[in-house]
Ligand binder design. Structure first.
Ligand code: CA
Length: 423
């Protein structure tokens, strides 16, 4: 396989963009777009410019080995993911060279025929999720939840420091940023000891997560070693795992979350390649308990990615309710993947693995309303004078994520969803 692709830090594009953009030429994420109901096609973005890769291929401006023009007219990125990491590296490298400011030979006028503004296009779910697994890998989140619902002295269950806890989620209800979320209905117990009632959730919540998408899978019975896990991770997305806490509290014993979680999860529209994040690698937390060999990692394998959650009230005010960071995760993506497959479970190209809520050490870095408002006891003050313990109809949640160095940021765009009333 060709080596990890890290673009020159100082590189600029002949496409103008603001230095604070999520999408400098060093990013080159992939997405799926359409124009006025037309066919879905593969695109990338530089600055604010959305670039039609199908068009570039049709004009023979983009000629990548192993890619045909028809490969760029697809409903999802899955067929491209199946070409493997090496092919995707070729593709991102060729796009980089095409738009790098030093390229003297490019026909810019022809390129510009394939440029679109954000408001001219619809962005779609980039990857059709095969399977979806939700981890629970933030120690701060697991501790907060354990403290609220069990004994503060034994907030973490005995297994937590020994393995990355997870459950199998529902892939069919993963939606792209911008999709409205219908408030779910379900069974809940309003006061302890009473009979359950049925109705719209009164405790609708968010979970600030990042998800990775599997590129190359593994054969059934053949685990992925922790040292090779990143070869199987193609890219990342922001992931909001909407959760109905009242439904969850009543239903989750003994098999875990079900209807409290499977009504919707929202993802950002760009698949940011793991290669684009390589220079943002950092050491994760030191394991508190000795790890079994299959979970031991030699290298830094956490990522310094700033995370932010905005609650936009229906009058348009944007309230930043959380600032966290992906580097706080106790279990890395590599450990998650090694653990997921250690029994021989086969991952498939296009599978999603979400991190679990990423809470940091301070109260303003907690990744859910459950924690931010501490089970309803510390309501959050909004700019419009109202308060929140959970989400109201008309509220919009916007999650943002980016890695930043002295020259540029690698951002993920937005993961946005508005709550509309139960049907
Ligand atoms: Ca979750």
């Amino acid at each position: 396989m060709n080596p990890v692709l890290i673009f020159d830090k100082q590189a600029k594009s002949w496409i103008n963009y603001d230095p604070t953009t999520d999408f400098p030429i060093q990013n080159i994420p992939l997405g799926i777009f359409s124009i006025s109901g037309g066919p879905k096609k593969v695109c990338t973005i530089i600055g604010d410019t959305i670039i039609d890769l199908h068009g570039l291929s049709e004009y023979r401006i983009l000629n990548v080995a192993l890619f045909k023009t028809s490969d760029f007219e697809q409903d999802y990125l899955n067929p491209i993911l199946q070409k493997g990491k090496s092919s995707l590296r070729e593709l991102r490298k060729d796009i980089f060279e095409l738009f790098e400011s030093g390229n003297k030979f490019v026909n810019k006028d022809l390129c510009k025929l394939n440029f679109y503004k954000r408001e001219e296009v619809t962005l779609h779910l980039p990857v059709k999720p095969g399977n979806y697994t939700d981890f629970y890998s933030s120690r701060e989140h697991a501790t907060n939840v354990g403290t609220m619902f069990r004994d503060p002295a034994n907030a973490l269950l005995p297994n937590w420091l020994h393995l990355p806890v997870a459950y199998h989620g529902r892939a069919s209800s993963i939606v792209v940023s911008g999709t409205d979320i219908i408030r779910p209905k379900g069974q809940m117990v309003l006061n302890e000891g009473e009979a359950p009632v049925f109705g719209p959730s009164r405790q609708l919540d968010i979970e600030l997560e990042m998800a990775f998408v599997v590129g190359r899978g593994n054969r059934l019975g053949h685990p992925i070693p922790v040292s090779e896990a990143e070869d199987h991770i193609q890219g990342l997305l922001i992931f909001n795992d909407w959760s109905a806490r009242d439904i969850q509290k009543w239903e989750y014993v003994p098999l875990g979350p079900f209807l409290a979680k499977n009504f919707a999860s929202t993802v950002s529209p760009w698949l940011v390649d793991l290669d684009a994040l390589q220079s943002f690698k950092v050491q994760g937390p030191v394991p508190e308990k000795p790890l079994l060999d299959y979970l031991k990692q030699d290298e830094a394998s956490n990522y310094d990615v700033h995370l932010e959650v905005v609650l936009k009230t229906s009058n348009g005010d944007e309230n930043i309710i959380c600032r966290s960071n992906m580097k706080y995760l106790y279990w890395s993506m590599s450990q998650q993947l090694a653990h997921h497959t250690v029994n021989g479970c086969n991952m498939e190209s296009g599978d999603f693995c979400a991190s679990g809520t990423i809470s940091g050490p301070t109260p303003d870095s907690f990744g859910s309303l459950l924690e931010l408002a501490w089970k309803g006891t510390r309501p959050l003050q909004m700019k419009d004078g109202t308060t929140r313990t959970f989400l109201q109809d008309g509220d919009t949640i916007i999650m943002r994520a980016y890695a930043q160095n002295e020259s540029y940021r690698i951002g993920f765009g937005e993961c946005r969803g508005r709550i509309i009333p139960a049907l």
